[in-house]
Write a protein that binds this ligand. Sequence first.
Ligand code: ADP
Ligand code: MG
Length: 255
Amino acid sequence: MGRIIAVANQKGGVGKTTTAINLSSCLAAKGKKILAVDMDPQGNMTSGLSVNKDEVEYTVYDLIIGEASIEQVLVKDVFENLDVLPTSIDLSAAEIELIDVDNKEYILRDEVHKIKDNYDFIIIDCPPSLSMLTINAMTTADTVLVPIQCEYYALEGLSQLIRTIDLVKERLNDRLEMEGVVFTMYDARTNLSLQVVENVKDNLNQAIYKTIIPRNIRLAEAPSHGLPINYYDPKSSGAESYMLLADEVIHKGEE
Ligand code: ADP
Ligand code: MG
């Protein structure tokens, strides 16, 4: 029954990984069984969820090139209710290695769908590109969640992203829907953040989450401790907002 959400935006630094880590962890804290999938060769979701990239035997790279089974790659119970498919920098070579492989758009889907019924939600962190890795995430997913950073040029690249989602839906995965947009790094002290939110609301014809993620230094610190925000500082504004986002995501699924 698992609902599979790809967190995507080809812009870097907009809060994809922060959202993927903390949404996963907050959903798990609410009793949902979660699989977190790291599709970014940088592996920041992997390390942010306390998994040591250098110590795991197999990663998503081995899965994608067919050298390991999903059970071999799975790291179970890294936190309560939370399993991880870890990645490493090797994954950056997968695109080239798969050039001649048939159905390479569906490799992740075919593996993840074997175990998706074990989970309530599967959250996939995407790289900052519209590469084969992101396409694999989108063919696996039911929905795409798009973090938007509250800064100038917030809308830049969004029409390209939405076109890509439409194309994937048309040609590769007719289940795919837009989950919605979530604003990140909102700074209440500046007018700019407010203007960006208003501007995007006026110009983007997409579902927008009510929860807005504030700029919160604790969110930036937590990964260096290998902890999601609800473990690192549960009383922080970052933890509170990702908990609220988790509630909204759960309710949306029940609608
Ligand atoms: P992406 O995955 O889209 O590249 P990240 O989630 O890695 O973006 O975020 C980029 C940087 O901004 C990271 O250093 C992260 O710690 C920081 N960051 C993300 N969200 C917030 C936030 N709400 N408040 C403060 N810092 C944040
Ligand atoms: Mg990232």
